[in-house]
Design a protein around this ligand. Structure first.
Ligand SMILES: Nc1ncnc2c1ncn2[C@@H]1O[C@H](COP(=O)(O)OP(=O)(O)OP(=O)(O)O)[C@@H](O)[C@H]1O
Ligand SMILES: [Mg+2]
Length: 356
């Protein structure tokens, strides 16, 4: 599809892997980001615009040359996607982006659709937090909770684990925001993600579920397909599908869920974009999550998402960046280096996929 140009808002590793997939189909990519140069996507794209997301002129010029646009991270300002002219296909869509950007709206949407959530409270002041702690103590057997900023959290940032006897004043000061959510702590036995691809005609394809392991709020290891009772798989697939239709997603939608001891799935959050826990699909599926994203926005038919092996994906963070190098000597490993210059602590530098 040499005549098709995909616009990408954002310049991180998810954009980079989308560009790599688009190249397989002869599709060129134009990256738009304030930090596009020397960033993972910016350094391998066909063309780029380095400008602020608020720069309307730059956005208009960008929209004059692309056929579709996708957001490679969910904190792209809504207006940057919203001002795209009607003839440009917008992925994941304004409604999906706005919902994923606010943990309160996200949880309310899940509730509306009948997807179970942990008890949660909207917090916009110290007194809201005190009230929530009181209810938490009275109504639940579990007094542990997590206080999260409603917006702009990622990789566990903007979160504090709390107990109901913590000082609300101190917590509120530490979180330093004007809108937050207090979530009851879920004593889960597993963390699972589901991923759906949905195209402009509403057709869908659901990937096998993935089992995730986080440390300090950051995903460190994923394995797939997750071995789960069929009823759990069916419920997860149903939840991600109804959410994708409700939000009218075009592209990808990931849903993170907790699995409790009694095999109930509890909603955590959504991400309307490629998801870190599905990087294994690059080698593990004939048509990866990135290929599906590109197909869904360019009108190409969906591919195959079944897998016949057990796959693992290990994130390589700044503090263990040397593992990328050692990955090359393991003949069972697929090394992905995002080409980032500075190996900072907890920064995702790459990932390694391997199979059993
Ligand atoms: N209510 C909860 N109960 C128990 N654990 C939780 C809860 N909320 C979050 N966690 C833990 O913290 C991790 C990160 O939380 P969350 O997914 O909300 O944050 P995030 O910053 O959006 O992370 P990411 O962008 O990496 O998905 C979860 O994957 C889970 O391990
Ligand atoms: Mg998460």
């Amino acid at each position: 599809m040499a005549d098709f140009t995909l616009g990408i808002l954002g310049s991180g590793q998810l954009g980079r892997m989308t560009i790599q997939a688009a190249a397989d189909y002869g599709i060129s990519c134009h990256v738009f980001a304030p930090d596009a140069n020397n960033a993972p996507a910016g350094e391998i794209c066909n063309t780029l615009t380095e400008a602020e997301y608020s720069d309307q002129n730059a956005l208009n010029n960008f929209y004059a040359i692309v056929d579709a646009v996708t957001c490679e991270f969910e904190n792209v300002p809504i207006s940057a996607l919203g001002i795209a002219p009607d003839h440009i296909l917008k992925s994941p869509g304004v409604k999906a982006l706005a919902t994923a950007q606010n943990r309160l709206i996200e949880k309310e949407t899940a509730k509306l659709l009948g997807i179970p959530t942990a008890p949660y409270w909207k917090i916009s002041s110290v007194s809201d937090l005190s009230d929530a702690f009181n209810t938490l103590t009275l109504n639940t057997s579990n007094e542990n909770a997590i206080l999260k900023t409603a917006k702009f959290g990622y990789d566990g940032k903007g979160q504090i684990r709390t107990k109901s006897d913590d000082s609300p004043e101190q917590l509120w000061q530490e979180l330093n925001t004007d809108l937050a959510i207090l979530e009851s702590f879920v004593n889960f036995k597993k963390e699972i993600s589901f991923l759906i691809a949905r195209n402009m005609n509403g057709q869908t394809e659901i990937f096998p579920p993935t089992l995730n392991h986080h440390e300090n709020g950051i995903l460190v290891h994923s394995s797939a397909p997750a071995i789960l009772p069929q009823s759990v798989i069916d419920a997860g697939c149903h939840y991600v599908e109804i959410m994708a239709h409700h939000l009218d997603v075009v592209g990808l939608l990931a849903m993170e869920l907790f699995l409790t001891e009694d095999n109930t799935l509890i909603f955590n959050e959504i991400a309307p974009r490629p998801h870190n826990s599905y990087h294994w699909t690059i080698e593990g599926c004939k048509t990866s999550q990135f290929h599906h994203l590109v197909r869904s926005v360019s009108g190409l038919p969906f591919g195959e998402v079944k897998t016949s092996r057990k796959w693992h994906m290990k994130n390589i963070l700044g503090q263990s960046v040397s593992e990328l190098q050692s990955g090359y000597s393991n003949t069972n490993s697929y090394v992905h280096d995002y080409g980032k210059a500075g190996p900072k602590i907890d920064r995702k530098m790459g990932h390694i996929t391997y199979f059993e």
